[in-house]
Design a protein around this ligand. Structure first.
Ligand code: ATP
Ligand code: MG
Length: 584
């Protein structure tokens, strides 16, 4: 699949934060990366100090930290100074209601300013922040609060009534619920946050935390099974800050938009922490995806750096290229994508219509921050995840029966593995020690993803280990087949699975959603199979293609291939707590 690379000009390279990848990689140390931050006396640290208070102390209090765009389009600008005060208030509030260091404070909220005050205020108070996606039903909300032994939940009146009231009696540790838009109507332990914030002091001495103290509890997306609670510590901010600087090319004063919801790790690491530590103005849009609205935000807010996800990019592609021509997006400097494999088709499309490629990067809830990336100063190879961050040693490993062994040759398929030891690495899966231990072998952290590395050191995603198809002796990654289908003009989205077969072991089946203006039918089905055979050869091309209005996805936008498979084979659907309705 490797195609022509999209070359950067010498001028572009010289303007990037990291001008020379190889030199930076060779000279890098995490100690030096730590020096980009303040730290607190006695070797202590606090994420919220680095994200907010530090800038205010340095005289940057007037700069806009957060520009919130409400669903109805009204805007609210919150400066670093105000953010410092609001988060101080929140820290005082949770202190008053009895939250101690280490207690778990959960949020179940849409993207509203209070969510950001709660996240950073919680960290200031030395408590652990755990964000939940607001579209979760009562069951996933309950199970995640049970695992983390939630003490406090910040939510809205409507969400409390619909999702929390009925599960409260099952959560004995949950002593207080704070409502951002009202009071508790007399329910015991339910308070109006606004009133408490109004009475609280706007000064607070940020808790000096040990670098290894827990700061964040993040649940994985549940794409492959039951979500795991990944534990992250305050020291992680060193990685958030550094990766924001080199992988997203964030610069003080930039306007930056991360479209991820803080209910997922991307929306916290790169939707709260990294942008603030790097001193940018971050855009927060309360509304859901809408192509026209998104282009208007990029234009009106003069977004310089944009971090989004393949599903959104595919939806923009689906909306057509004519729409974008109406918008002046000349402020854009850098675009990046994460969460799923980014088809080369999407990278090339970006380059044509935005005049710059999407820079794919790879990481997981477990890694806490970006691990492999395409950088502003590096030519982009469409379809590749890029190269490991300075400070990150990545390899392709295989473990037949014993310990994981590194594959030193190029282009060999194996499991993507990382040398443990970077600051934002998870420290545990909460209460799941055995599951955590299984992630390590032969001195490597095993990611569960299969990939290859080419002779130039670029990494290429093959598929999740669970999704890879073994057909007549071939190892087939769904991503390759999906990407080939995506090249066809009719295809908006594709999900590929293996179906058990007596002779071949498994055969490849594709599920395809079409772009507007195309109708499912036998002719198109045969045309797609023919196209895939030409691109991939008969051994790898799908034997069968089925049309779907939409593919099942997690709420964070990942195609759930395991669900396509379970449904196809009439098997149990497993944990579907993160499933977004397929009807959309
Ligand atoms: P679960 O672990 O609960 O099944 P999940 O793995 O989807 O869910 P996340 O931690 O949110 O949960 O997602 C990380 C995974 O997303 C990676 O392991 C990888 O499979 C996929 N991913 C992320 N970025 C990329 C990328 N740039 N290219 C390919 N895959 C990616
Ligand atoms: Mg995972």
């Amino acid at each position: 699949m490797p195609q022509e690379k999209l070359a950067k000009s010498a001028d572009e390279k010289s303007r990037a934060n990291m001008r020379d990848y190889d030199a930076e990689y060779a000279a890098f140390s995490w100690e030096k990366a730590g020096e980009l931050l303040d730290g607190l006396a006695g070797g202590k640290i606090n994420i919220a100090h680095e994200a907010v208070t530090r800038h205010v102390r340095a005289g940057g209090g007037a700069r806009t930290a957060l520009r919130w765009i409400a669903k109805d389009g009204t805007r609210r600008d919150i400066s670093y100074g105000e953010l410092d005060e609001e988060t101080n208030r929140f820290a005082n509030v949770i202190r008053q209601i009895g939250a101690a260091r280490g207690d778990r404070i959960y949020a179940l909220l849409g993207r509203v300013p209070d969510l950001y005050f709660a996240a950073l205020g919680t960290l200031k108070a030395g408590c652990v922040f755990s964000p939940l996606f607001s579209a979760f039903g009562p069951e996933p909300v309950k199970s995640r609060m049970e695992i983390g032994e939630a003490s406090v939940l910040v939510t809205s009146k409507a969400l409390y009534r619909r999702k929390v009231a009925q599960i409260r009696q099952d959560l004995p540790t949950l002593h207080t619920i704070l409502l951002v838009d009202g009071d508790g109507d007399g329910d015991p332990g339910v308070h109006g946050l606004g009133e408490l914030m109004g009475r609280a002091s706007d000064s607070f001495e940020v808790e000096a935390m040990d670098p290894e103290d827990i700061a964040l509890l993040h649940f994985t997306s549940g794409t492959t099974g039951k979500p795991k609670g990944a534990v992250h510590v305050h020291q992680a901010v060193v990685a958030h800050n550094y990766t924001g600087r080199v992988a997203l090319d964030l610069r003080e004063g930039d306007t930056y938009w991360c479209t991820a919801d803080p209910g997922w790790v991307t929306g916290t690491s790169y939707g709260i922490i990294a942008p603030l530590t790097n001193g940018v103005t971050m855009i927060v849009d309360e509304a859901e995806f809408d192509a026209e609205r998104w282009y208007a935000i990029l234009r009106d807010e003069k977004v310089n750096v944009w971090y989004t996800a393949p599903t959104a990019i595919r939806m923009l592609m689906k909306a057509g290229t004519d729409l974008i021509k109406e918008f002046d997006l000349s402020a854009l400097r850098f675009m990046a994508s994460v969460g799923e494999p980014l088809n080369s088709e999407a990278v090339v499309w970006g380059n044509e219509v935005f005049g710059m490629p999407f820079h794919d990067n790879w990481w997981q809830t477990e890694t806490g921050g970006i691990m492999i990336a395409n950088y502003a100063s590096m030519d982009v190879r469409p379809g590749s995840m890029g190269k490991p961050l300075p400070g990150i040693v990545a390899a392709i490993v295989n473990k037949d029966d014993g310990e994981a062994q590194e594959e030193t040759g190029s282009d060999t398929v194996g499991e993507l593995a990382l040398k443990p030891g970077w600051p934002s690495m998870m420290r545990a899966y909460l209460n799941e020690e055995a599951r955590y231990r299984k992630c390590f072998s032969g001195g490597w952290y095993l990611t569960g993803d299969l990939a290859t590395r080419d002779a130039d050191g670029y990494f290429w995603f093959v598929g999740r280990a669970d999704d890879v198809i073994k057909s007549a002796g071939h190892l087939i990654g769904p991503f390759e087949v999906e990407s080939a289908l995506m090249e066809h003009e009719a295809v908006a989205e594709a999900g590929v699975i293996g179906i058990p077969d007596e002779t071949a072991g498994e055969i490849v089946k594709a599920f395809v959603a079409l772009k507007p203006g195309f109708e499912p039918g036998e002719d198109l089905r045969l045309d797609l199979i023919g196209h895939a055979r030409k691109r991939l050869g008969p051994a790898v091309a799908p034997k069968d293609i089925a049309f779907r209005q939409n593919l099942p996805k997690t709420r964070s936008g990942k195609i759930m291939r395991r669900l396509l498979k379970a449904r196809e084979l009439g098997l149990a659907e497993g944990d579907i707590s993160t499933l977004e309705s397929d009807e959309k």
